[in-house]
Design a protein around this ligand. Structure first.
Ligand SMILES: Cc1ncc(COP(=O)(O)O)c(C=O)c1O
Length: 391
């Protein structure tokens, strides 16, 4: 297997801004909102030689198979408020919000995606009764395209990489079309910043579950990285609590733009093609708005190959957790650092460490899941109990 582990040379002490409490209040008004489970897997902990492994499973979030709706929904809402020049309060549920926004129609949302973010934006557009246009890179597998179409969106396959699709989607912006991108570019920063804010709900839920049960907060947190927006949310959360939590970012080895940028000392591009099965992470350029926080707040980077991702999918299935290719990256990254001498020396008491893995998606390509794991995701039993299930 090919891998690359490195310590972040740009790491400095950080004091990120406090989170906006309006985010949680917004998510609670979304349909089918509920806290996703946090599992403790004694089997994984034993196998990996740590005290405890906690797994936050984002395999079902508001009816979608990834966490991305948290960022897409909040960013869409805030973008619409900015477009209107006011907040359409009071509203108590999505139907009331859609009714308050009906006068905007015909109105459209657009974005580029490598799968989950676009599906989430399409889902938001459908809930609000808006049109939607999603741009995807060449080579995206049919099940993921169909899932976006099923939300009622028009899908255009761009003849290029994810980064090319981002450029194409940006051209859609108009007085009747909001581009809700999770990556930023010059002059387009507000909405991607809201996407990062939206992800804060995951980390607040994790803290609540841990605090409700008296478990230790994690010593080591492992996060998959595409453009780094999700990681920026992780850094914001954990660095508000101090400097001691070790944060590890995981990328595919041929799209490790964050690790590469850190090594270069500045935001740098890893040219395509990016063909990893961890499609959510196939990005050649970090989001400029995520970069300062990510470059200063992450401790270690791990780049992994597809074989490592497949092994991690199977490893998570063995303990009862459905993780798609991208979702399994966090375990793949952990396995890789555990085999790295320099990393091992940086962790004084591994056997006493609590590790948090965020599994960011479920089986978004069910046929491929079956091929890799040897059985369908529907057969993976829930052998674990959520840590706060009894609280
Ligand atoms: C399932 C999943 N996990 C992680 C990520 C990485 O998030 P980001 O691009 O914000 O780094 C993505 C991005 O699309 C994703 O779809």
């Amino acid at each position: 297997m090919h891998s690359l582990v490195s310590q972040n040379p740009l790491r400095v002490p950080l004091e990120p801004p406090a989170p906006d409490e309006a985010v949680a209040a917004f998510h609670q008004r979304m349909p089918a909102y509920s806290t996703t489970p946090l599992f403790a897997s004694p089997n994984l902990a034993r196998r990996l030689g740590v005290k405890r492994v906690l797994v936050k499973a984002e395999t079902q979030r508001m009816g979608l198979p990834s966490f991305k709706i948290l960022g897409a929904s909040w960013a869409t809402y805030r973008a619409i408020c900015d477009h209107l020049g006011y907040e359409p309060e009071p509203w108590h549920n999505i139907n009331e919000l859609a009714a308050a926004l009906a006068h905007l129609k015909p109105f459209k949302l657009a974005t580029a995606t490598d799968g989950n973010h676009g599906r989430a934006v399409a889902f938001m557009a459908r809930l609000l009764g808006f049109d939607c246009h999603i741009f995807v890179p060449r080579g995206m597998v049919e099940p993921r395209i169909q899932a976006i179409r099923r939300e009622g969106a028009l899908v255009t396959v761009v003849d290029g990489t994810y980064d090319d699709a981002v450029l194409r989607a940006a051209e859609e912006a108009s007085t009747t079309c909001l581009v809700v991108s999770d990556t930023s570019w010059e002059g387009y920063e507000e909405i991607p910043a809201r996407v990062i804010e939206g992800y804060s709900t995951i980390f607040n839920e994790i803290d609540d579950a841990i605090d409700a049960t008296g478990l230790d907060r994690p010593d080591i947190v492992v996060i998959p990285m595409g453009v780094g927006a999700f990681m920026a949310a992780a850094v914001t959360h954990y660095r508000q609590q101090g400097e001691s939590t070790m944060i590890i970012g995981v990328e595919p080895i041929d799209a490790n733009c964050v690790q590469y940028s850190a090594q270069q000392g500045q935001l740098s591009e890893v040219p395509g093609p990016h063909n990893s099965i961890m499609v959510g992470l196939n990005c050649g350029l970090p989001s400029p708005i995520a970069w300062p926080r990510v470059s200063e707040g992450v401790d270690w980077f791990a780049s992994v190959d597809d074989e490592a991702a497949k092994a991690a999918m199977r490893g998570l299935a063995d303990v009862g957790i459905v993780a798609g290719e991208t979702g399994a990256a966090s375990l793949a990254g952990l396995e890789v650092v555990l085999g790295d001498e320099a990393w091992l020396q940086s962790v004084p008491d591994l056997a006493e460490a609590t590790v948090l893995l965020v599994v960011t998606e479920g089986a978004t390509d069910p046929d491929h899941y079956r091929e890799v794991v040897g059985r369908g995701s529907e057969t993976i039993g829930r052998v674990l109990t959520a840590v706060d299930a009894n609280s």
